[in-house]
Every structure is written in structure tokens, then in C-alpha cells.
Design a protein. Structure first.
Length: 457
């Protein structure tokens, strides 16, 4: 977590682009405190679109000589700034003062030689950041979640309720349980989450052509189950797949039967309004072969047999690397498809797959399915043996998601972590903790509203 997140709060941290907004900056710790009788220098610097001229020598810091420096005084310990935030970008705000001697600690004054660097610290620039957004993105909620999860209702280890509770504890805003062969196992978690929360548990399933079937297709938000058709009416499917032979041109170098079944599954899921995701083509089955061959994978992406591609999955970095390369190759051939990240986790406790991938979606009215279909999603990779978080998707969204990864989600995740132990007690039968649980959930909501400037007047 960036140190400035513990030293300052900025409200709001996301503002509309191309208009004037007021932000408030509060000091949280002794690194640099804001005193009403001290004047501070402030610079507001756009990270990208900079209209300042270069100096004649084109030196690295040439624009600095033309930068505006404001003189401001706090009110009740808060610096308030009004600025016209032009364009969609990150803004870095630098703050310093040379009047710190008014409030130096006595211990520092007694031995200025030893504490000189501390005494001079306010003279160094402290930096906080905000982000300005165009209207279409500014009006959307940023949610982090997982679109591909398994529980002990099929081949996972933990119950749907414990699985969902652990995802909430880990900072997720939604979790889609997509157990094999069965539809909406998430209902068994939802019935336990009978308290006020913004955490979402959408409907989902992982479609297979019968038990042990080769097809693995994630279906989210459909009104009915495609798996149920495979279980209850396989003869109907065979008949309809046979009819597709006359209507569908099967690409060369792919298995005809598999391709036609994939066409049927996609059409059936869309019939029920589902979001169809193509998952883990480079899953290494028994360490000898990929789950889906390259030609079939390209056919699925190019022929529109999915609505989104699981570019980041629960496999290892090598599998994700190949999936990324596949997506770039498909893009080179004209495919423009939303991407998502999911864990395909089968436990939330120990297997190493849990929480190594996720999806940021930018939603209207918290409609996750619609946001992905409209292309407002970013795939997130966070391998457990690495500190770095990698983002994949449209450039515009990745830039914004990078800001949220650095400045929003670390604090959001801390609040979610405080919910975890209480939520586990609640789903295991301790209803006495409900007021505390709802209060902790409300803290998450309140922080989101402050960060994105949605506080009610």
C-alpha cells in the first residue's frame, strides 16, 4: 500500500472531467500536518495531458519553471482546492511548506542537528492523487469480483456460504459461483446473506455436455440452466446439433462435433439471456495436453461463440501468458472481445489458485453482466508469489483501473478484511453479530461514496 494512503485522505478522489470540482485534503498522521496558521504551497499536475510549454533546452524538468504554485491556508486542518480538471487522466497534487517551524516538536528543537531531516521534511513535496473521468465512466461503479468459482456442491471443498464470505473478506464486491453441471448454487450463499450489504452473488453455472464432458463454458446471469437441458433432454440436444450441420459452416482443422456443440451451447445460453465466457483454453490436462487446441480456440473467438474471454484464469503464469498471446493474436485478426479474470477456484483455503485473478467491472446500477457485455471490464492478475498486480483490457480502462489498484482498492480491501471474521460467525449461526456486521458493511459503502464523490449533501 502506498504510504500516502495512510498519511492523507482526499475527498473525492475521482472527479468529473472537463469541469470545475472542489476537493478536500486532510492530513492523517504526523508526517505532515495541516495547521490553519501555516501557508502551504500547492501544485496540481496532470500526469498525461500537460499544456505547459517546454523550456528552450528541452530539459527533463523544463516545464517546472512554468508551473503554477498556489498559496493556500487550511481551514480546520483541511486544505480545500477548486480546479478545472481537463480531460481524463490522473492528477498529482504536491504540497509543501516552509513555515513548519511554528509547530516543531520540542524534542526536535532541542537537538536540531540530529533531527534536522525531520524538521525539514515539510519542505519536501508530499504527493496525493485524484482521477478525472468522462461522464460515461464517471457515472459507473467500480466493482471487483470473480466470475468463475466452485464449491463443495460439486468438486470444491467449502460450502457456498463460506466461499462467498471468504471472497468478501478478501476485498471482493461480487462472487459468481459457477459449479459444474448445476445452476445457481449461489442461492445457498444468498440465503445466508440475509443482512444489509452491497456484496453481490449473481446467478451462474459452468456448462458441461454431461458429467465428465469435454465442454467447459461459463454462463452468468441466464434465466434458466443450460446444464439442466443436458441432464434432462439430451435427445433434444442431439437433434438440434444435427440440424446445425445444415446451417453452420464449420471451420477447417477443428472437430466438427465439438464445434457444433459449442454453437448450440452459445445459442441456448443466449436464448436465456446469459453472459457466455470462454475459460481456460490452456488448462494443462494431466500435464500432457491443453484443454482446447489453438485452432478451436481461435474459431471460438473469431466466430463469436462467447461474449467474453477469460484471459486471466486460476492456472499458473505460463497458462495466463499463453491466453494473453492468444487474445493478442485474435485481436490482430480483427476480434474485439471483452476480457475478464477469474480464479476457477475449488477452495478458498489452501490450493494457491484462490484470489490470484479477478475482474474489475464498471457498472450502471451494479449490473455486472451488462457492463461486461458493453466492454467495461478489466482482467486482473495477482500471482501469490509476486507483489505486482497486472491489468489487461482496453487502454482507457486499464489507466483508470491502475489508479484504483493503487489508491482505492487497498483501503477498500482493509475494510472488507474487518468484515470477514464477523461474517463467518454470522453464517455459522451467530445472529447476535448482525448489527456489527451491518455496521462494518456500511463502512465499506461510506468509504466508496466518499472516494467517488457520491456522498449525499
Amino acid at each position: 500500500m502506498k504510504s500516502e494512503l495512510k498519511r492523507f485522505s482526499v475527498t473525492p478522489s475521482v472527479v468529473p472531467a472537463d469541469c470545475e470540482s472542489k476537493i478536500s485534503i486532510r492530513a492523517l498522521d504526523g508526517w505532515m500536518l495541516f495547521y490553519d496558521d501555516v501557508t502551504y504551497e500547492v501544485q496540481i499536475i496532470p500526469a498525461d495531458k500537460n499544456e505547459l510549454p517546454m523550456d528552450e533546452a528541452l530539459s527533463l524538468k523544463g516545464m517546472e519553471q512554468f508551473r503554477e504554485t498556489r498559496k493556500v491556508q487550511p481551514k480546520n486542518g483541511v486544505i480545500e482546492l477548486t480546479h478545472f480538471f481537463k480531460g481524463e487522466q490522473q492528477w498529482n497534487i504536491r504540497i509543501r511548506t516552509f513555515e513548519h517551524d511554528k509547530h516543531e516538536l520540542t524534542t526536535h528543537q532541542m537537538n536540531p542537528k540530529s533531527f534536522g531531516w525531520v524538521m525539514e521534511r515539510p519542505e519536501q513535496w508530499s504527493i496525493v492523487s485524484v482521477y478525472s473521468l468522462k461522464e460515461d465512466l464517471y457515472n459507473r461503479r467500480a466493482l471487483r469480483g470473480d466470475l468463475h468459482i466452485h464449491t463443495n456442491m460439486t468438486d470444491g471443498d467449502e460450502s457456498p456460504a463460506l466461499t462467498a464470505a471468504t471472497y468478501r473478506q478478501m476485498g471482493y464486491d461480487f462472487a459468481v459461483i459457477t459449479d459444474h453441471y448445476f445452476y445457481d448454487i449461489g442461492q445457498y450463499a444468498r440465503e445466508k446473506f440475509d443482512f444489509k450489504t452491497d456484496f453481490l452473488l449473481p446467478v451462474g453455472e459452468e456448462i458441461h455436455n454431461g458429467f465428465g464432458g469435454h465442454l467447459h463454458i461459463v454462463n452468468i446471469g441466464s434465466s434458466q440452466s443450460v446444464n439442466e437441458v443436458f441432464r434432462e433432454n439430451p435427445e433434444r440436444i442431439k437433434k438440434e446439433v444435427e440440424a446445425l450441420k445444415e446451417a453452420v459452416d464449420v471451420p477447417e482443422n477443428v472437430d466438427e462435433q465439438e464445434y457444433l456443440y459449442r454453437v448450440w451451447v452459445y445459442l441456448e445460453a443466449k436464448r436465456y439471456g446469459g453472459l457466455v465466457i470462454f475459460p481456460h483454453p490452456y488448462w494443462n490436462i494431466e500435464k500432457v495436453r491443453w484443454h482446447v487446441g489453438h485452432e478451436m480456440s481461435m474459431a471460438i473467438l473469431k466466430d463469436g461463440l462467447c461474449d467474453a474471454f477469460e484471459i486471466m484464469g486460476g492456472g499458473n503464469a505460463e497458462e495466463n501468458n499463453l491466453q494473453t498471446a492468444l487474445y493478442y493474436e485474435a485481436q490482430r485478426q480483427g476480434v474485439n472481445l471483452p476480457v475478464v479474470g477469474s480464479t476457477d477456484s475449488h477452495t478458498v483455503l489452501w490450493d494457491g489458485n484462490e484470489f490470484k485473478a479477478s475482474t474489475y467491472v464498471f457498472t450502471e446500477n451494479s449490473n455486472i453482466k451488462k457492463a461486461v457485455l458493453e466492454g467495461y471490464s478489466v482482467a486482473v492478475e495477482h500471482q501469490p508469489d509476486e507483489k505486482n498486480i497486472r491489468l489487461y483490457g482496453p487502454y482507457r480502462l486499464v489507466r483508470y483501473a491502475r489508479f484504483l489498484t493503487d489508491y482505492y482498492f487497498p483501503l477498500h480491501n482493509e475494510l472488507c478484511a474487518s468484515v470477514g471474521p464477523v461474517l463467518r460467525d454470522y453464517i455459522q449461526g451467530d445472529k447476535s453479530v448482525k448489527p456489527l456486521l451491518e455496521a462494518l458493511e456500511q463502512r465499506i459503502t461510506d468509504f466508496e461514496n466518499r472516494f467517488f464523490g457520491r456522498e449525499k449533501e
